[in-house]
Structures are given as structure tokens and as C-alpha cells.
Design a protein around this ligand. Sequence first.
Ligand SMILES: [Fe+2]
Length: 178
Amino acid sequence: MAKSAKTEKASKKDAPEAGAPKIDIGISANDRKKIAEGLSRFLADSFTLYLKTHNFHWNVTGPMFNTLHVMFEGQYTEQWTALDETAERIRALGFNAPGSYAEFIKLTSIVEEPGLTDTADWREMVRQLVAGNEAVCRTARKVLKIADDAGDDPTTDLLTQRLNIHEKNAWMLRSLLA
Ligand SMILES: [Fe+2]
């Protein structure tokens, strides 16, 4: 029996080829999901460290003020730019990037610095930033392993670059306490 014109129009609209094609980049859907979840944790750590570094740029006091104010600015500016690349890699893998404080707090492994009235002294700030940069490195290494096993070279490349930066930051910050 011939289909009516109306039914034919509706079935054309609902046909799979009418929408965006499925992602087919040579990484399985399961692996893409695992990598995206890992990158979301990495993004949350990176954002939390970025915010803490900016916080300390604002609130640092003492004889090291000028050195640290300028050093923290260099670090948070670089980190801010890198957040975008991580979030957009998650999108390219087919998933939504976390982008709210509620999500970041849930996903991050870094403890926030809470106080306005009890702001940490400069040595404690530097210690926290050493720990924060190292926490970012640990998360990056775990996700890098997942990405490497799945043959996801762009994510492996991105995380390798981030490891280079955060390990260098940790070294420079630690040197202030020697
Ligand atoms: Fe500033």
C-alpha cells in the first residue's frame, strides 16, 4: 500500500541521516567516555588551581609581595588559557564540559583556600600552590594513561604539555621555600 504524502514527509524528517552524524573518530564510545570523564576531573583540578593562584595574587602580603604577586599572575594567566583547550577536547570527544563551581567542587582533588579574614601567609600560599600543581600532575598522569591506552594522541599531547608546565611551576614554587 502506498504511503500518504504526510507520512512520507514525517518519516524523512525522522530518518537518522537528517541529524548530525554519529562521532566516528576511531576511538570507541566507551573509551571516549572514560577519557572525557578523566578530562573533566583534570579540568576541575586545573580550574581550582587557577582560582587559588589568582586568589593568592590578590591577597598575598609580606616582604615577598612583589615577587609573588607577579609570579602568581604569570601562572594563573597561563592556566586560564589552558582551561579552554581542555574543555574543548572534552567537547570534541562528544561530551559536555563541566563549567560550574558546583561541578568543579564535586570533581576536584584540590582543597580550596577558604578565608578572607584568615588569609594564609606567603609561605603557606606557596606550599599550597606546590601541592596544587602536584595534584594536577597526578590527575593528568592517570588520564594520560587512559588516553594513551585508547590511542587518543591529541589528549595525550595536551596532557603531556600540561604536565611539563605544572611540574615546572611546582619546582619554581618549591625553590622559594628552600
Ligand atoms: Fe592583578
